[in-house]
Ligand binder design. Structure first.
Ligand code: PAF
Length: 289
């Protein structure tokens, strides 16, 4: 497994891979790898000849006062995990390497960032779209793999790829959970034991919503109220949003249809957690796209 730190070297290597007639899968990450990331890598491994991951804590997707400086990092642990799942190349640039002096370009989507997390994290999805577009230009992958836990991010990236005619297949992988249901996230490491217990309220509230939907409830307000009140009954929780929306446009819905996205962001202590599931006919699973 090779570790590459410069854009130029990465571009040269990827060009050689393509010239040799081999395919490339890219898994972009911000490091502090957990089982959720490793699952993305396993999927990437199955779909291409060469598996590349990027590890880059992207400053342009963090707002003022967010956790850029505290974001957990574990270079050696990450490299060890990547090696074990069969990663061929790790791209690990510095921030000045990615955003050279004079840098001034951003990729901005018009509508999708105006929903859900975009409302409380202005500029976040522009930062994500920008860095992912850069990573695509640097590694020129045939496929790229993202987690469905970051549902809005996956929607934004899929839309960007379509809109900008990028010849890349985007694969969304269902959320990997801890045995007790908590969605895996690098930010779970911020939770103390009491908060960790309260964090389970997100999954419990989605199970409740699925049950209500299965019983025939189609009024978004009733389901949202039930979800909110279950979460609020747990200590340390502060709801940012709970929304029921169209899974493609992310517009909120007035009556639930065949496929609906239930998405939420909740602060547990100081940690902002997100989760989502699909409420759809004939399904009791939380996979989607
Ligand atoms: O999901 C993440 O870890 C990041 O948002 C991504 C896609 C690597 C872009 O920085």
């Amino acid at each position: 497994m090779e570790v590459v730190e410069t854009v130029q070297e990465m571009q040269q290597i990827c060009e050689a891979i393509r010239l040799a007639g081999e395919t490339i899968a890219l898994v972009p990450t911000m490091g502090f790898l957990h089982q959720g990331h490793l699952e993305l890598m396993r999927v990437g491994r199955r779909h291409a000849d060469k598996l590349i991951i990027s590890i880059f804590v992207n400053p342009s997707q963090f707002g003022p006062g967010e956790d850029l400086d505290q974001y957990p990092r574990d270079r050696e642990g990450d490299l060890e995990k990547a090696r074990k799942v069969g990663v061929d190349l790790v791209f690990m640039p510095s921030a000045p390497e990615m955003y050279q002096e004079g840098y001034q370009t951003r990729v901005q989507l018009e509508k999708l960032p105006r929903h859900l997390c975009g409302l409380s994290r202005p500029g976040h999805f522009d930062g994500v779209a920008t860095v992912v577009a850069k990573l695509f230009n640097i590694t020129r992958p045939h496929i790229a793999v993202f987690g469905q836990k970051d549902y809005q991010q996956l929607t934004v990236i899929s839309r960007m790829v379509m809109d900008l005619n990028m010849d890349i297949r985007i694969i969304g992988v269902p959320t990997i959970r801890e045995p007790d249901g908590l969605a895996m996230s690098s930010r779970n490491s911020y939770l103390n034991p009491g908060e960790r217990k309260s964090a389970l309220s997100l999954k419990k509230s989605m199970d409740l919503a699925l049950e209500l939907f299965r019983e025939g409830e189609r009024r978004p307000g009733v389901i949202i109220d039930a979800v909110r009140s279950l979460i609020s009954g747990h200590p340390f929780t502060e709801i940012d949003y709970v929304a029921l929306c169209d899974p493609v446009t992310l517009d909120s819905v007035e009556v639930l249809g065949e496929r609906n996205l239930l998405a939420m962001a909740v602060r547990v202590g100081k940690t902002r957690l997100i989760d989502n599931c699909l409420l759809q006919n004939g399904s009791d699973r939380d996979d989607h796209i």
